[in-house]
Design a protein around this ligand. Sequence first.
Ligand code: FES
Length: 522
Amino acid sequence: MEAAQQAGISMKSSCGGQGTCGRCTVKVLEGQVLGGEGNISRKKKAEGQILACTAIVDGDAKIKIPPESILQEHQVLLNEEEDGLLMEKQIEANLAYADHPFVKKVRVELSEPTLVENASDWSRLQTEIKGILETEEITITHRALQQLPQVLRDGDWKLTATCLMRDNGAQVIRVESGGSELPPYGIALDIGTTTVVAALVDLNTGANVSQAGTYNRQAAYGDDVITRIIYAEEEHESDLGSHDVSNDCLYDDGFKNAAGLRKLQDVVMETINSLLDKIYLEQGLSKEDVSVMMVAANTTMIHLFYGVEPRFIRREPYIPATAFFPVMKGKELGLKIHPDGEVISFPSVASYVGGDVVSGAFLVEMEQKEEISLFIDIGTNGEMVLGNSDWQMCCACSAGPAFEGGGIDFGMRAMPGAIEKINIDPDDAYRVSYVTVNDEPPVGICGSGLIDCLAKLRTSGIIDRQGHMQKVETPRMRQGEEGPEFVIAWSEETGFEKDITISEADIQNLIRRRALSMPASA
Ligand code: FES
């Protein structure tokens, strides 16, 4: 599995390489490979498949990775058109924002210095900006100061200064010759356990200019937050071969062995930077044009984003390192925004209730309403808040397995080839028709496809109320390794040489997980 990762192939790894999920099967075509044992079906074993995560390559080898073991791009639903409520909320937020902007760009024209008027460049710029922003405390970063003398002279004493606004002043982080036409930009970032979405925001108006989303590359190290915490905790430098953690300022002192944590931080930064590259290319911008990033994420994801030890989140009494992370600079985290741009995150509430749900409850202004409302965020980590202006209660649970196909033989996330809609016609020998993500040949069934499948199996009489399979006359119904199963797609239709089936055991898992995941935890 590590060799595949080094070759740029991310493999499925719901269990984070513990050998228990059976998602990382590969076939050895040539060479010597040891181990590869774990949770793998007898059928796959008989076909010569092994688990990549528990295998040790002992010399040159040729390995076939089947498509169903590869982590592919997810289908990410982006909000193409704002609906009325969101639009209204955005306008309200913009009005509030106008009074307290994060960033202002000010255009300044200085008089040329003389032998008599011989104050320094910065001193004269500082005086001008103080007048425009009507504030006393104006500072400048080292980088902007280095550029100031030349920028002023290149622009014939006209420049545009990008200022980060503080409670009692401002800090100049960028100086550009002449008058810049671009507004100040910020990035709103949502780091989910499975999906990461970034939006470019015009900080003059608060409008969303562009957005992009993709899967969180950490998914190659486990599907859920617990598996990621275990990976961060258990992997050490020696396990990752040449991975060098000793020269990073974030990982000095007591963190020499935090290679797993470092790896997870690295891959989420790669994910975020790939989204930023996409947005900048589309909008013709550079990273210097973005002065601030606002991050919302669940508690584990935000710890991993900042490279902070998450291990005590999963141990009783479940304590995070902090609910409020310090404001950091883009360069400190390796993010592709202005090096002195600020990275700010929404505070968390507790170990499994994070800044993502806080940002949602904040947007709908739950704390200002007398009537009681319920805010639900169903992600891989599901969170909800109930309350009004007097009180609020919140809780969290693992919703991912119920909706993303975990524990189901052919279950998968909504990636290309995932069956997302199914129809079964009982009047036509139980003929099955389906729709897949990106119209590609089917390789599995995603969460929405499974729910659809369950409904259609029931309405066409293939299962009873308890989810037990009934005797129906069709070659699609047969006895599989795990008991009765129904064929959804024949091998000649699929993206590999296997039939895609749903078994009675899958259905029982699906019913149990759906039933347990939300109400019991709530
Ligand atoms: Fe290999 Fe889960 S069994 S990653």
